[in-house]
Design a binder for this molecule. Structure first.
Ligand code: UDP
Length: 400
């Protein structure tokens, strides 16, 4: 894990933030704060924890991060649960649910689950609550879009969630009827990570050359796991509509998360849809391609995140931080990040996306203006320092 110091954020975060954080941290110094999720690499949760855990340590919290293990069958079940909780129809049998619960029991035996506050991220490790130690508060941190869950699947998960001392959601509309306190916390990006830090022209040129991306025409970019909810096929269709009027490139950059078994199949469909168009670049990136994604986001003219369902969509904040307008699906956390007509546009269809892309390409001044507004909005709302403030406040409130 990287070493990070809160002082490094001076001049990046809004004025007063660091001083406030130091005071808050003083009140929870030495308390054990444990995070548990299901993958060390890939996806937004891992992305956040890689940065948040070291910075918590820096301010004096005894922060730890554990990852549950499972066989491929376990991750197929949890992916099916994830899909069903985000509204897709899935066949989930009793045998599958037993495997889910058994795997968690097995993990509980092998992990150290002590903490003054234990934050369990997402559905994969949720049944760990059955094995909580006598001491400490347990909070379920939900990162997914729970606005339209398949009821039966939610009823099953709810049995575990109701045993927690609290639940955190990324949007008010994801909250559910549960007999425990609920909190709203937006995720965040780290402006100093390799994914988001400033890059020199030399670094940019080198990376784009290695990825074989030329900047001879406007670049449309979507960065995301190859997942149907991210609608990569819809992105290609929108690009094709735009391409009739504007010569441009499309980059679909993504990789596989360790806990996502569907990526391979979606990637194959994306490649088929892309065909032999030399201006469509489908890039399969390794999980450590942070500077590569950084360079692609900086090289992009417009960033797309055309998700149909979205927990939060860190890629949106990442792009806005780099001064790019974002055209995003009107789903989940995208709707709180993209201020329609100010930092980008939210859209509901392929045609809508294509229309907004064309409009922006015709108005380059607007691209710059929206990009600037987006960066300042991220500075205020979606940086890791704000996230840290929320978690320390929770630690204060639940463990004092
Ligand atoms: N990401 C990455 N490599 C990829 C695809 C995505 O590093 O190939 C990163 C992306 O930059 C972002 C995170 O993974 O930081 C994805 O988070 P988001 O909330 O957008 O989506 P999730 O994958 O959690 O649904």
């Amino acid at each position: 894990m990287n070493t990070v110091s809160l002082d490094d954020y001076r001049g990046v975060t809004p004025k007063g933030t660091l001083q406030f954080l130091r005071c808050l941290a003083e009140r929870v110094r030495g308390r054990r704060f444990l995070h548990v999720n299901s993958t060390r690499y890939g996806g937004g949760v891992a992305e956040i924890l890689h940065r948040l855990v070291p910075i918590m340590t820096d301010v004096g919290v005894d922060a730890h991060w554990e990852v549950i293990k499972g066989d491929p069958a376990f991750f197929s079940v949890t992916k099916a649960l994830h899909n069903a909780l985000q509204g897709r129809e899935e066949l989930i049998t009793k045998a599958m649910l037993s495997h889910y619960v058994d795997t968690n029991r097995e993990n509980a035996r092998n992990l150290s689950l002590e903490g003054d506050l234990v934050l369990i991220h997402d559905p994969q490790p949720a049944p760990l609550i059955n094995h909580r130690p006598a001491e400490g508060k347990w909070v379920w941190r939900c990162h997914i879009d729970l606005s339209h869950p398949q009821r039966q699947t939610w009823r099953h998960l709810r049995k575990y969630v109701a045993k927690y001392d609290g639940a955190i959601f990324s949007l008010p509309k994801f909250s559910q009827q549960i007999p425990i306190p609920q909190f709203l916390v937006y995720p965040s990006i780290d402006p100093l990570s390799d994914k988001n830090r400033e890059l020199s022209q030399e670094e940019m040129d080198g990376i784009l050359m290695r990825l074989d991306i030329s900047r001879d025409k406007p670049i449309l970019l979507q960065v995301s796991r190859f997942d149907r909810f991210k609608d990569p096929i819809g992105v290609i269709k929108a690009y094709r509509l735009v391409k009739k009027h504007y010569d441009c490139r499309l980059i679909l950059a993504g990789g596989k998360a360790q806990d996502d078994p569907e990526g391979e199949e979606v990637l194959a469909d994306v490649r088929e849809e892309a065909g032999h168009d030399p201006d469509i670049h489908v890039l399969e990136l390794s999980p450590d391609s942070h500077v590569e994604i950084n360079a692609l986001q900086r090289a992009a003219t417009i960033v797309l995140q055309k998700s149909l369902r979205e927990g939060f969509g860190l890629t949106v904040a990442e792009a806005m931080w780099k001064g790019k307008p974002v055209i995003g699906g009107a789903a989940g956390g995208i709707t709180v990040q993209v201020i329609h007509d100010v930092t980008g546009y939210t859209v509901n269809s392929v045609e809508g996306a294509a229309f907004r892309i064309r409009y922006l390409l015709e108005n380059p001044d607007l691209i710059a203006k929206m990009g600037e507004a987006g960066r300042e909005y991220v500075r205020r709302e979606f940086l890791i320092t704000r996230h840290l403030t929320d978690y320390l406040t929770l630690l204060t409130r639940l463990t004092e």
